[in-house]
Design a protein around this ligand. Structure first.
Ligand SMILES: *[C@@H]1O[C@H](CO)[C@@H](O)[C@H](O)[C@H]1NC(C)=O
Ligand SMILES: *[C@@H]1O[C@H](CO)[C@@H](O)[C@H](O)[C@H]1NC(C)=O
Ligand SMILES: *[C@@H]1O[C@H](CO)[C@@H](O)[C@H](O)[C@H]1NC(C)=O
Length: 352
């Protein structure tokens, strides 16, 4: 098959028609999540085209392993909310989510419904494991998504799936350090599954399916903060039960292209850390993090605007780059050392 045979979104979407009412923001998750009954689970498994693992959970788990499961449940519940709202938008022919041909709409819905159900099973598996280990289960929040049409929704899905694919690397490493080997294997099966989704999102956007030879790595703390961008503040019942760090928000004001250039960024700085030198640290592929000094352009009401070099050419910063404002120039050996010195972040940059 040639790439031109693929149904690239921009060619199959209908032009927006005005006047279709917008659905209410979702206040609860579908299929009885987060606590479906056995009939609902059977239905989810049918739509997901497969089952929850039926092997017994291990008898013990490390402390870091519990943090992994909490972050996974927090992430998967957010993904269920996102993809089910997307299914609703396509189902209801919301403006910006309509197709020229019915066949394209049906195959889109078929794929998206399987993704919703598969993410539901990921969320259930993580929360079931937390219950098994007598840890607090994660409850859903209310969410808001900065998208108004199918193309921006798929772009957003591709961005957060990239962060998930990087973060599950950290999950596996933490399980490995804690000797949680059964769980490490199961997560490896989910990494492949999320990668299959990502290949499809990229193809829909007209990109080649596989992004990089070695996907950009991340850290649980960066994912924890990235997901909070989509949470309605104050709506998570138990955010403080997840023992990860909340950083200040960072915005990348100019998305760089494939060349070295200075970019503008904005971050909150409540404790006036910008009195001292600060840096932007870039995590890309499996390479050693790249540190660049930033210079402050303005500061008003605890919001700092700054400039920093995005050294694309010197460091071949292709695919996903995770940027953060750090209070140290490093050098940092890996993403977790970067997270330990982060003031604000993550800022997500993708160059294809
Ligand atoms: C669904 O459509 C509404 C109305 O346009 C929009 O506000 C919301 O962000 C959309 N959600 C997704 C996931 O596409
Ligand atoms: C970035 O800005 C600095 C300081 O103004 C300047 O010296 C440098 O040449 C700029 N770099 C690029 C790639 O534009
Ligand atoms: C990061 O900080 C945590 C808690 O302070 C510590 O346990 C961990 O070893 C640090 N990790 C790195 C890579 O410095």
């Amino acid at each position: 098959m040639h790439f031109s045979d693929l149904a690239i979104l921009s060619s199959i979407l209908a032009l927006p028609v005005l006047g279709v009412p917008h659905p209410q923001a979702q206040s609860h998750l579908p299929d009885g999540l987060p606590s479906p009954d056995t009939t609902q689970v059977a239905h989810i498994e049918q739509v997901a085209q497969g089952t929850l693992p039926n092997s017994p959970a291990p008898t013990a788990i490390s402390n870091e392993g519990i943090v992994n499961l909490k972050l996974i449940a927090f992430n998967e519940l957010f993904e269920v909310a996102f993809f089910s709202e997307l299914v609703n938008n396509v189902t209801n022919n919301v403006d910006g989510y309509t197709f020229k041909r019915d066949e394209d709409r049906s195959s889109m819905l078929e794929a998206l419904k399987a993704i919703v159900a598969q993410e539901e099973l990921h969320a259930l598996r993580a929360n079931d494991a937390l219950k098994h280990f007598k840890a607090t289960q994660v409850q859903p929040c209310k969410y808001k998504f900065p998208v108004q049409n199918l193309e921006s929704a798929i772009k957003l899905a591709a961005t957060f799936t990239d962060v998930v694919l990087g973060t599950l690397q950290d999950v596996v490493e933490r399980f490995a350090r804690g000797h949680d080997f059964d769980l490490a294997r199961e997560i490896a099966s989910v990494i492949g599954q999320e990668g299959e989704q990502q290949g499809w999102f990229r193809a829909l956007l007209g990109k080649i399916p596989s992004e990089l030879p070695f996907l950009t790595t991340s850290n649980l703390n960066f994912a924890f903060n990235a997901i909070q961008d989509f949470v309605v503040p104050g709506t998570c019942p138990d955010l403080n039960e997840i023992p990860l760090h909340t950083f200040e928000p960072l915005k990348i004001l100019d998305m760089p292209g494939p060349r070295s250039q200075n970019i503008s960024i904005e971050f909150r700085d409540p404790d006036d850390e910008a009195r001292n030198p600060l840096w932007v640290t870039y995590i890309n592929q499996q390479n050693v993090p790249v540190v660049q000094p930033l210079w402050v352009v303005s500061k008003k009401d605890k919001i700092v605007e700054a400039k920093v070099l995005f050294p694309f050419e010197e460091h071949d910063l292709k695919g996903l780059t995770i940027a953060s404002v750090t209070k140290s120039a490093g050098p940092f050996g890996d993403a977790s050392q970067v997270a330990n010195h982060t003031l604000a972040g993550p800022g997500l940059i993708t160059v294809d």
